[in-house]
Design a protein around this ligand. Sequence first.
Ligand code: NAG
Ligand code: NAG
Ligand code: NAG
Length: 351
Amino acid sequence: MEEAGIFGKWVIFAKGLLRLCFILVNNLYCIPTYIIWMFLLRPLVFINPTLYWKIEGRLFHFLLAMVSLWCDSAGYRILEAGDDISECLDDRTLIIANHQSTGDVPMLFSCYNVRKNVLPNVMWIMDSLFKYTNFGAVSCLHQDFFIKSGKQHREKALENLSKHLRDKYVPLNRKWLILFPEGGFLRKRKAISHKYAEQNNYPKFENVSLPRVGALNVIMNAVGPNSHTNNNCNSYGSNQTDLVPAQINYILDITIAYPRGVPIDLSHIVFGHRAPCETVFYYRLYRSSEVPEESEAMKDWLFKRWAEKEEMLQTYYDTGEMTTKFSRTKLYRPKLVLQDYLSFSEIEYKE
Ligand SMILES: *[C@@H]1O[C@H](CO)[C@@H](O)[C@H](O)[C@H]1NC(C)=O
Ligand SMILES: *[C@@H]1O[C@H](CO)[C@@H](O)[C@H](O)[C@H]1NC(C)=O
Ligand SMILES: *[C@@H]1O[C@H](CO)[C@@H](O)[C@H](O)[C@H]1NC(C)=O
């Protein structure tokens, strides 16, 4: 791209402008459509909540498919590598991933758009600022959780999270719960992370920042394998005698590795001015029962995962290969995620 002549630059500029228009128009008709439908269907939530949430999940998936079209059409593809994740796709799973840029979330949408039941049942834990973006209203209606950042909100925010898990995650029968334990982008958090590491005698990571354990702790307490409080929560639409197991069964640790460590960001996705490239999602899958219950031990467990990420990313940036020495299960060869835009005509949603 750097070598492009004046004509080449015009082409890139014109393409960027067209993409911007397309994406703006896309937003303008899709998001209000979702909101209006959910508004019209609102009475259904009192009559047949199961049906309401089923329709909501489907419309939500349509919206995210649109986002993955933006990524895919710019040529930003994903390679999946590491543990086989098929067993956790339809199960209650906590996703923990490293966070580098505004591109992480669209890339995740893009990757799981091709799996049938992941996106309709997903729940995000995201920064409360996200509420004020174009997708904010959608996330509110979908019952995602907005976490307020800042020390002064910390305790209350975690309390709210715990309540949200019990009041929404469990009864709505959501499956994937997505958390970025670093609590912010790498470039913004690195200095704080280094300072914290220095004061507490932790290693200084360069390619990830130290994760925060608070949210993980709350999640494990509220819906972890040893949380006994909610095992007889009933889901909407079923009656008290139907016991729905309300536990997180898996932890899926995703290492997001951008080529040469340069993250894709939202402007690349909108304008498409970065050359097409492949981003690696490296998976490690754990049973949630493997995570220690006691909070110091849990912190050590999480830090260990992050130390591994640091090493894997360093190796990847240096050599173009992820080190596989941390995986315990049979590895599957890196696989390109292929989008199929006709798939919506045949999707069957399971109850
Ligand atoms: C916690 O939840 C309450 C009620 O929904 C809300 O008013 C408050 O702002 C939340 N606090 C934080 C820190 O998230
Ligand atoms: C990754 O680590 C190396 C040094 O270990 C550093 O030079 C580089 O800037 C880091 N990458 C990012 C994206 O921070
Ligand atoms: C609850 O479920 C049980 C067993 O599925 C059924 O026998 C009973 O009639 C149901 N009760 C109500 C109030 O729907």
